[in-house]
Design a protein around this ligand. Sequence first.
Ligand code: HAM
Length: 425
Amino acid sequence: MSTFQTVRGMRDLLPEEAEVINYVITKARQTATLYGFREVITPIVEPYELLSAKSGEEIRQRMFTFKDLGDRTVALRPEFTASIARLATTAMKNEPKPLRVFSVGSVYRYDEPQKGRYREFWQSNFELMGSAKPEADAEVVLLTNSVMKNVGLQDYAIKLGHVGVLKGIMTQHSVEDKMQNAVLQRMDKKEYEAALALISSDECRNVLQGLIELKYDSVFDAVKKMKTHLQGYEKALNAVENLSAILKLVTESGCEIETVDPAFARGLEYYTGMIFEVHVPEMNIALGGGGRYDKLIEVFGGEPTPAVGVAHGLDRIALAMQSQKTALKTEEKKKVVVVPIREEQKGEALKIAQMLRDAGVSAKFEVMGRKMAKAMEDADKRKEADYAVIVGERELKEGKVVVKDLSKRTQTEVKIEELAQKIKS
Ligand code: HAM
């Protein structure tokens, strides 16, 4: 029989890759704690109805949907937001607001596999529910900035926009919601011509075209020019005011916003307000994205609850770290291999390995039954250990073992009760 491969778009993360993803997870989790977000764990399999309700055509078509054995139509989660909104209307309904919820895990989309685009990928997700204030939007942008900084990325840029701008213009020209979503989907992909072709009103098309082509010097200038361009569009102007307030808070706090995109749209349908993404120069795909969604919890049968959130693509963050040569800052812990010289010392050697592990030293036991010389050769070759602890009859009688420094190639006898301490120091 031939060997098995992973399903297309699904990957094995080998130890080095898993280490980086776990490092990013640790940093995201620490950031969540620093910002007062509590972690929840939700199912990977959810009702199709829940996941498809407000996510939008793009995601709906890419969901892994199937019938379970109980004939329920279910799907693998393509994101976390729907699950968290469900929680906000059920088990966490009575939690005091604002509610800050963090999650991390794998999500699934039937995307076309390529570098940075997979069918199973990892997200860290933050939702802040219960506040309509710009400071809530600012908080989500700031924590995203913190995650990027905390993993060690040097060169990244945050792009800000507001879905209320495009929606406000189209609503004023009586473009139906469904058509608005179709336009926004295309704008998200920068297919501006195709987006504008869907609009029948010349006036509406011209205003949108003007936004797409708007030239500006700085982010504040962008907001100013948007206001001038949108005279007479009350809803769109309110959106620009809101965007301006958020921009002011974020920049005043010391976080730089690289771009304000007047014609910014994102693929998900539930957004109602500020939207943002993080990019790095070496990739043309986003490292993270989010925004405000004030109607979703209501759609799921909850009390009207304004909310804002973000998801970070951990696989893409890992790729960016690799290309920006970001070193993992992990605590270096000493590692040892424990080798009994003979059969008779196995029990005692295992006991010593156990004692080292209890003291926090990583200890690999020689499980292949090899002779000392062979075991040493292997430890040398693999370069996975700092010391070899050799357990022999003569030393044991004196309550000692031999410790061999594998890089310096020196060896000393060490009392067993002092062993862990000696290795750690
Ligand atoms: P999203 O923009 O669809 O937003 O996804 C967030 C991030 O997930 C992207 O910026 C990207 O880094 C990563 N990502 C998306 N697709 C793939 C893929 N095929 N392979 C690898 N990484 C990918 C959301 O998911 C929203 N739920 C964010 C949010 C939370 N909005 C409000 N609250």
